[in-house]
Design a protein around this ligand. Structure first.
Ligand code: OKP
Ligand code: ZN
Length: 343
């Protein structure tokens, strides 16, 4: 399995996020990718390489141009207008307000975001760009037929980022960029399977009206958990995308015994769809020890998770999403990949 990793992820190092009424140190921090890197190297899962620069085109295939330009330039504007400290948005669009893009910095920050947990820093664009390149490289490799599986070790994560919005620690939707690249390079139907603890609302939004990309997400019930306002079972897509979005909300406290049944149903749906390639949004925040999540998967369960996904027999790109129990994150992620390749 080929692994793509760029050290530029370190350039995203936010100071604080708003949590429980307090600014607390960011859960989404560079150490996460470092420990995953060390564990996949130690497990001998495959060669690790720096992604080739495929440019902005694969990013602009799924994200709005105005949004991409905003992400590229917002730090410079902030630095000049405000100062050298992290950017957090502070107001959003309420029902009956207009989705109209203001010209002011704070207005645009609110327009393009939906939470106060996702600081933009001096290096956010470069870090997110590098992660997107890892995902695009993994997809290009699968499309070439040279490998059946790859792992994009992306940081920051991506699945909460939509066409023109960021949030949930995510700026560019790495998994969606990969799925679109697979489509552009010949796969007629692509499936995205999201096993992160949180609903992949960005991925859902990007492919909402499309029938060529099936999006499936297993996650904590949004009635109890972030992102609260999407991820319900009755969200099935629209127009040509109707029936090509599957949400499987699971209760707080879900352990492997109940998770595996849901995963099996998800994989059945992917097989019935006729996917020619699979992108897995791989969050390991389903781990029992995760500091912000409430599922109960144990470290050996991640081997089972990988093996079960491997049973689908599809060309598969894993893309790193969440997982905040840093000490266990490396082995949990490596276990998924090890289980997948069948060792
Ligand atoms: C990103 B990913 C904790 C608040 C956390 C944001 C969670 C983002 C998760 N009380 N809010 O899906 O792992
Ligand atoms: Zn998550």
């Amino acid at each position: 399995m080929r692994i793509f990793y760029s050290e530029d992820h370190r350039l995203q190092h936010g100071r604080a996020e708003l949590n429980d009424g307090k600014l607390v140190p960011c859960f989404e921090k560079p150490e996460r990718a470092e420990i995953v890197y060390r564990q996949v190297a130690a497990a001998g899962l495959g060669p690790i390489q720096t992604p080739q620069d495929l440019g902005e085109e694969p990013i602009r295939r799924v994200h709005d141009g105005v949004y991409v330009d905003f992400l590229k330039t917002v730090w410079g504007r902030w630095l000049e207008e405000r100062g050298d400290y992290d950017i957090l948005p502070l107001n959003w669009i309420a029902p009956n307000m207009r989705r109209r893009r203001p010209s002011s910095l704070d207005g645009q920050l609110g327009y393009h975001s939906y939470d106060a947990g996702t600081p933009i820093t001096a290096g956010t664009w470069r870090a997110a760009y590098a992660g997107a390149q890892s995902a695009a490289n993994g997809a290009a490799l699968l499309a070439s037929g040279a490998e059946r599986s790859a792992f994009a070790l992306c940081r920051p994560p991506g699945h909460h980022a939509g066409t023109d919005f960021y949030g949930g620690y995510c700026f560019l939707n790495n998994a969606a960029i990969a799925a679109q690249l697979l489509r552009d390079r010949g796969a007629a139907r692509v499936a995205v399977l999201d096993v992160d603890y949180h609903h992949g609302n960005g991925t859902q939004e990007i492919f909402w009206k499309r029938g060529d990309v099936l999006t499936v997400s297993l996650h904590a019930d949004p009635d109890d958990e972030y992102p609260y306002f999407s991820g319900y079972a009755d969200e099935v897509g629209e127009g040509p995308g109707e029936g090509a979005n599957l949400n499987m909300p699971l209760p707080i406290g879900t352990d492997w015994a109940s998770y595996t049944g849901a995963l099996s149903a998800a994989l059945d749906r992917i097989a019935a769809f006729g996917a020619e390639a699979l992108v897995v949004s791989l969050g390991a925040d389903t781990f029992v020890g995760d500091p912000i999540s409430r599922f109960k998967l144990q470290t050996p369960d991640f081997l089972r998770l990988g093996a079960q996904i491997g049973g689908a027999g599809l060309p598969t790109l894993f893309v790193l999403e969440g997982g905040y129990a840093v000490d266990a994150l490396g082995v949990n992620v490596a276990n998924v990949l090890t289980g997948f390749v069948g060792r």
